[in-house]
Design a protein around this ligand. Sequence first.
Ligand SMILES: Nc1ncnc2c1ncn2[C@@H]1O[C@H](COP(=O)(O)OP(=O)(O)OP(=O)(O)O)[C@@H](O)[C@H]1O
Ligand SMILES: [Mg+2]
Length: 305
Amino acid sequence: MPHTVALPKNADALQAMLGDQGYICDRALGVVAFLALKLGRPLFLEGEAGVGKTEIAKAIASGLGRKLIRLQCYEGLDAASAVYEWNFAAQMVAVRTAEAAGGMDRDALEGELFSDKYLMKRALLDAMSPQEGGAPVLLIDELDRTDAPFEAFLLEALSDFQVTVPELGTIKAPEPPIVIVTSNRTREVHDALKRRCLYHWVDYPDFDRELAVLNARVPAAAADLSREIVRFVQTLRTEDLFKKPGVAETIDWAKCLLALDVVSLSPDVIADTLGAILKYQDDITRLQGAEATRILDEARNEIAE
Ligand SMILES: Nc1ncnc2c1ncn2[C@@H]1O[C@H](COP(=O)(O)OP(=O)(O)OP(=O)(O)O)[C@@H](O)[C@H]1O
Ligand SMILES: [Mg+2]
């Protein structure tokens, strides 16, 4: 585990720290992330897919030398499995062994079975437990996939930074974790939870920032090609698409083009590789042929301007 780093002094220092991790954020996100760290408030990030919501949690954790604990949300996620589970199989083995040995002391066995030894910590309990190197970064990813009861439970856990295991009692974080919550906004997250957090909408980056991201993530791409790629994707996002490409798609596309030894975009190259940037057949069909040429021309005109 990397050594712990002191919290950055100001938003600029945080932006620079994230930059060192290859994460390029704009001023607004830098400020809100700094304030979240400084005030010890959860950071709530909403935005389209692939714009860097999950990645910032990773960059903050590695920049600060903290452990990253990820709670990946999904439909049907319940409070118990986000906190802990008992290692049932190991408990059964212990019971059988005790039975075979005979002279079993029921109370002692019960105490043993529900001890740390058989406890499997899940994300929330792990985040509330003491960690080497200081409070961990707790990433609650894609919260919009869970339901209202889980949100209510989370609200409580994040209010006092403690969770309860009935057999063991209440475990309170020695130092509150750094909490980052993300949502793709497939539904609105409840106001009560949002109110606890500092909120930021992560938008698609502008040309310069997306180019900086591409340079950081795919440094092998030639400068001219990277500019063309970013300009094309930026122009594509102004089109009426079912699903606009995120930064993740820009990066993937650049990697595909590099693998094909492409030096410059052409309608043919675009047609061959559209599956890296567009993930819906309707969008791909729309973009084939003349449309791709038109967008490419438009993108080139903007470079020329
Ligand atoms: N600002 C950025 N700086 C550096 N890399 C970025 C940035 N934004 C996005 N990326 C890259 O794009 C990829 C996708 O980002 P990430 O997984 O964080 O998106 P997301 O917003 O969490 O998307 P989803 O909603 O689909 O989970 C990452 O692997 C990362 O490399
Ligand atoms: Mg994500």
